[in-house]
Each structure stands twice: as structure tokens, then as C-alpha cells.
Design a protein around this ligand. Sequence first.
Ligand SMILES: NC(=O)c1ccc[n+]([C@@H]2O[C@H](COP(=O)([O-])OP(=O)(O)OC[C@H]3O[C@@H](n4cnc5c(N)ncnc54)[C@H](O)[C@@H]3O)[C@@H](O)[C@H]2O)c1
Length: 344
Amino acid sequence: MKVLVTGGAGYVGSVLIPRLLDRGYRVDVVDLFWFGNHLPEQVGILKKDIFYLTTEDLGAYDQVIFLAGLSNDPMAEYSPSKNFIFNAAAPAYLAYIAKAAGVKRYIYASSCSVYGYTENELYDESRPVSSSYPYGISKLQGEQAVMQLADETFSVISLRKGTISGYSPRMRFDLIVNTMFRSAMKERLININNPSIWRPLLSIDDAATAYIRALEANPRLSGIFNIASGNYTVGEVGDLVRAALEERLGLHTKMHIKYIQDFRNYKVSTEKARNVLSFHPKDDVKSIVNNLMDNMEKCSDWDNPLYSNITTFKQMENGIELYSIAGVVSPETNAGALVGSTSR
Ligand SMILES: NC(=O)c1ccc[n+]([C@@H]2O[C@H](COP(=O)([O-])OP(=O)(O)OC[C@H]3O[C@@H](n4cnc5c(N)ncnc54)[C@H](O)[C@@H]3O)[C@@H](O)[C@H]2O)c1
């Protein structure tokens, strides 16, 4: 099977794609490489904006995975217009040309942020969604646009993911557990912005597993799925990160509890993903922290601007490219139709 992953050079793609290769899939990536390229050599890669892809480019693929866009609130708030273009219009355009090209399945990187601010209830996929801030609105718009293209010939699966954490070769330290881990290691301090806020968390490995389950699901299946390793309050996450570091490294960490108003608060049910996709998460906060400790030597340049999406994005918006990749690289071993068909 041949899979095209757009935005595949990011944090999620850099863990997912080696696992897809390991299962025997052929993978090509289209990406703008905002944060560099850490993909294995067998992957065909093309530096291009999704909007410049055409139906002809997609004809050779069985499935398309959308992982692109502005992937957090600070980026979306810094450039709301780009946010709505990249997060709402781009997935819709890509799904439209994928369907026209005869691609059989489209998997969309949605987010639990579509649930907005909820109170004391576990939300499943049938509950109303409501977001009032750019990132959440745009992820919902993207989801609604791609889902309405689903029919018996074109499967569309939307994975509403919780906040991901853990190590990726394309590292991010702007994700809840990763942020706490970084500040604990660097400053022996964990900041808790609001201890009572609920968040579904997802380990990077469980996230990759969810994409594999979606890719390998019954060809006629379409639908929306909540994907999380577990639901936690931010205060509890801080306690668990601190305990894991103390147990393994003997590290003593201070906590700074703040009460900053948050416009996101939700916990989600993952029953549908368990029952329909056979998605059984294996991780929790302790195993995420252990994964970070196992890989610490590869990312202990804590202040690398490429590890913070908003820092990199602001520099790019001001004309500074932190990482530049020279044109197109297309390994002979596995150059895909798209890469092969593109002039270099
Ligand atoms: N990381 C999380 O916690 C999380 C949670 C829920 C949903 N998501 C969603 O999952 C997806 C992947 O997240 P991530 O953490 O890997 O993001 P990331 O920021 O690490 O990677 C995004 C990648 O997309 C590329 N890109 C952006 N716009 C593009 C365009 N128009 N054309 C081509 N490439 C483009 C960037 O260069 C980058 O490599 C995103 O859509 C995000 O909204 C992420």
C-alpha cells in the first residue's frame, strides 16, 4: 500500500512514519519542513505547500494522511488568517483532490480542542462541539469539511487527538508533559497554569498506533474517533511528572501553582475507538516521562528554538528561516509517483 503523509515531517509524522515503513508500507511526504527533516531515507519527500498539489499528484496513493497546518493555539492566535487557511481550507482542498484522484481513504488529524470548555462530563463523539478560539474553530471546520466527503468509495476517518507528549526526532517542548519535563530538568521547577483544568493526554506512541489502526481499518469504515491515553487534571499531571523524575533520577522539583483562566477544559471517552478501531492505548504519564528520559540526550539543548512551534513560526513570519532544506530530495530506493512526477 502506498501512503502520502502531508505534514509528515512534523512531531507526529516523525514517529508515525518509521512505524509505517516497519509494517511494509511505502510512504511519501509533502511538507514545508518548517522544523527540519528527521525522516528515514526510504521516504520520498517533497517540499511543497499542500495547495500546490493536484489531482494528478495524488493518483498513485491508496491513502492520504493529513498532519499539516498550524498545530497549536499560540500559532493560531499569532496568525489567525494563516490558521484558517492552513487548518480549515487545506484539509478540505486535499480531501477534495484525493477523492477526485480515486484515493480510497483520507485520515484527518483532528483535535479534542473542538470540545472547547466543558464541565464535569465525559464527552463522546456524539456530543455537541463548540470552540470560540481560532485553533479550535479551524480544526472543527477542517473536520466538518473532510467528513462530508465520505461515501462508500471514499473512507474518511477523523482522529480527535488529546494533547500529545513524548519524544519525537522532531522534538516539541510546547506540549504539556514535555513542557513540564523540560522545566523540571532545566530549572527544577514545574509550572501548573491551572490545576483543576482537565485534558485528555496522548503518548506519541499511542498516537502513532491510532493512525495505524485507522489506516488498517475495514475499508468501508468512516467516522470520528476520540483518541487519548487517559484523562487527567493539569495538577495531577504535574504530580505524576514530578514523581516519575524523583523515582528514576532522584530529582527534587518545586511546583508553582497558578490559577490562569483557560478556555479549554474537557475529558473524553475513547470507547468508540476501542470498540471500532481496536485502539487500546498502552501509555500513561509515567511511561511518557520514562520515554522522555530514555531519549534525553537527543534533545537536551532545551532552548533550541525549533522545539517551540511559536518561536519558529514567529521567526518565519519575520522572514527568518531557522531550518532550510534544499529543494526536493527523492531517494531512489522508494521515490513515489508524486516525487517522481515533480520536476527537480
Ligand atoms: N501535537 C499535538 O498534541 C496534537 C494534538 C491534536 C491534534 N494535532 C494535529 O496533528 C497534526 C500534527 O501535529 P504535529 O504536532 O506533528 O505538528 P507539527 O507542527 O510538528 O508539524 C506540522 C507539519 O506540517 C507542515 N506544514 C504546515 N502547513 C503545511 C502546508 N500548508 N503544506 C505542507 N506542509 C505544511 C510543517 O512544516 C510541519 O512539518 C496537526 O494538524 C495538529 O493540529 C496535534
